[in-house]
Ligand binder design. Structure first.
Ligand SMILES: *[C@@H]1O[C@H](CO)[C@@H](O)[C@H](O)[C@H]1NC(C)=O
Ligand SMILES: *[C@@H]1O[C@H](CO)[C@@H](O)[C@H](O)[C@H]1NC(C)=O
Ligand SMILES: *[C@@H]1O[C@H](CO)[C@@H](O)[C@H](O)[C@H]1NC(C)=O
Ligand SMILES: *[C@@H]1O[C@H](CO)[C@@H](O)[C@H](O)[C@H]1NC(C)=O
Length: 487
């Protein structure tokens, strides 16, 4: 223990209790246990400061160049240890022909995984480890072999041969090509090659071809001719292309090939007289698609378009005739009919009741039209009907006839006056009626009613206030005439 001059002795006692004892006494604990190195001999629990110990590298390890195997107990009670001063010894590099050894590291403890290139198979261990052998390290197993995957000899065929040599070994990637004896056709793939599915066993890419006599019959197409492939003999693989004579259309494939079963594939085409696409009709349509060409004899059935119905006694069928024309019954569908229209006090002018027809409404003299002026026969649901209600022809009304002073008319109170009704005026006794006694309800614009003239007036003659000049002349003339007759 070191003592300071200015500290009271009691404090030093307290410090001595708090400080760890070994360090405080200037010692180190046992030196560290290392995976790569060990201390020869016994190891004590405690060493005085300044102790120097020498480690030895463990088996499989070697002292790293420039590093020290010595450790020292330092003043701070710790051992000075250089990091990783021993390193794993290295195994020799590995080489694998036609394959690879996957190694991250060659040092003691490393693992090498072996694999072969495509087409080779591994014979031997799949991995090796770098282990202690004698005083050093080495791989714990031999390097395996990457062997080319072998195939069995290619199959032989009758009436033909392949180009493989007798005694040849066939391995992954090798190919052989077959050839047939003269006059025979080779059916299938001429060449096959050695391949593998499981990366271990070899097999041929396909079956060997066959050698056969193939002879297809002379191909004949009525109303057609060959464009290429003129024979005279046809064997496997020969192709023929056909065209039809003019006026005929080719049905099927224009090109056929002679197949191994001695037949033409696909089957020979036919040349048929044809019709163009059937006519487009405003009243009927063809359900489903329409093609450009139909063979003679084709029968198609039209359906009437909406708003139309099959005319009685007519046929919705059309047939492609020998002359390449379609037989079509004219107008075999007719417009459906809308119901007849009736208009009280008026008329509906309709030329026709069929789908598409138009009815124009008008009212009789003295009536006015309330509602639409025309209607059309249109598609409604599955049938047809007028697109609007029938209008109303209403008697043209007049206002009540005007009342006059000192007179009356013969209209009833509450009566409705309409076109044609008339009223007659009458004056109170002793009074004269000036004007037209009767007026009637009429119209100028065919819509609004008005009275044919003004109401008359009632006057006392003796008062004589207003006498029309015209009437005065008549009276004067009568008086003068009477005077002359009396003379
Ligand atoms: C361990 O300590 C004992 C005495 O306690 C001593 O005899 C021996 O030499 C020490 N060993 C080492 C390796 O220092
Ligand atoms: C070797 O194979 C093992 C097991 O499949 C795997 O864990 C390891 O990472 C591989 N090592 C190398 C270097 O590829
Ligand atoms: C001939 O073989 C082909 C396939 O190559 C086949 O489509 C055709 O139906 C066969 N014909 C006959 C007559 O067997
Ligand atoms: C039109 O021709 C095609 C083949 O060319 C056929 O599948 C189809 O049924 C034909 N359609 C009609 C309406 O004849």
């Amino acid at each position: 223990m070191v003592s300071g001059p200015r500290c009271p002795p009691g404090l030093w006692g307290l410090l001595a209790l708090l400080l760890p004892l070994p360090g405080a006494r200037g010692t180190c604990d046992s030196p560290p246990r290392l995976h790569f190195a060990e201390l020869p001999g016994e190891v004590n629990n405690s060493y005085p400061v300044g102790t120097k110990l020498k480690y030895s590298c463990r088996p499989g390890y070697i002292l790293s160049s420039g590093k020290s195997p010595f450790v020292t107990c330092l003043e701070n009670s710790k051992w000075s240890v250089e990091a990783e001063f021993c390193e794993g010894r290295r195994c020799k590099p590995l080489e694998l022909e036609n394959g690879r050894a996957d190694i991250t590291d060659l040092r003691f403890g490393a693992r090498a995984n072996f694999s072969c290139d495509e087409g080779y198979r591994l014979i031997g261990p799949t991995f090796a480890e770098c282990v202690i052998v004698g005083n050093g390290v080495d791989w714990n197993t031999e390097v395996p072999l990457c062997q080319a995957i072998p195939c069995p000899p290619p199959p032989g065929i009758t009436q033909g041969s392949h180009n493989g040599q007798s005694g040849e070994e066939f391995s992954f990637g090798s190919a052989v090509t077959y050839k047939c004896d003269p006059g025979l056709s080779l059916i299938g793939e001429a060449s096959i090659h050695c391949t593998t599915k499981d990366h271990f066993n070899g097999e041929w890419s396909g079956p060997a071809p066959e050698c056969k006599v193939v002879k297809c019959p002379e191909p004949e197409v009525k109303n057609g001719r060959k464009q290429s492939g003129f024979g005279p003999d046809y064997s496997y693989g020969n192709a023929v292309i056909f065209a039809c004579d003019s006026g005929y259309t080719l049905h099927g494939s224009s090109s056929v090939r002679c197949e191994a079963n001695n037949s033409w594939v696909p089957s020979l085409p036919t040349c048929l007289r044809t019709c163009d696409s059937p006519p487009r009709l405003h009243f009927a349509e063809l359900p489903g698609g329409v093609n450009n060409s139909y063979p003679v004899g084709t029968k198609l059935q039209y359906s009437c378009r909406p708003g139309y119905i099959l005319s009685s006694g007519k046929s919705p069928f059309v047939t492609c005739l020998e002359n390449s024309k379609w037989s079509v019954d004219p107008e075999f569908c007719e417009g459906r009919r809308c119901k007849p229209l009736e208009l009280e006090n008026g008329r509906a002018d309709v030329t026709d009741l069929r789908f598409g027809a138009r009815a124009d409404f008008s009212c009789d003299e003295g009536y006015r039209l309330i509602g639409p002026t025309f209607a059309q026969c249109v598609i409604v649901g599955n049938g047809v009907d007028w697109d609007t209600e029938v209008p109303l022809c209403q008697a043209i009304p007049c206002p009540p006839p005007p009342d006059i002073t000192q007179g009356s008319h013969n209209g009833q109170s509450g009566e409705e006056f309409s076109f044609g009704s008339a009223v007659t005026y009458k004056c109170d006794p002793g009074l004269s009626l000036i004007g037209e006694a009767s007026i009637h309800c009429t119209t100028k614009d065919h819509f609004n009613g008005e009275w044919s003239g003004p109401a008359p007036e009632c006057k006392g003659l003796n008062t004589g206030t207003v006498i029309a000049i015209g009437k005065m002349r008549v009276i004067l003339a009568v008086l003068i005439t009477n005077l002359f007759i009396r003379q």
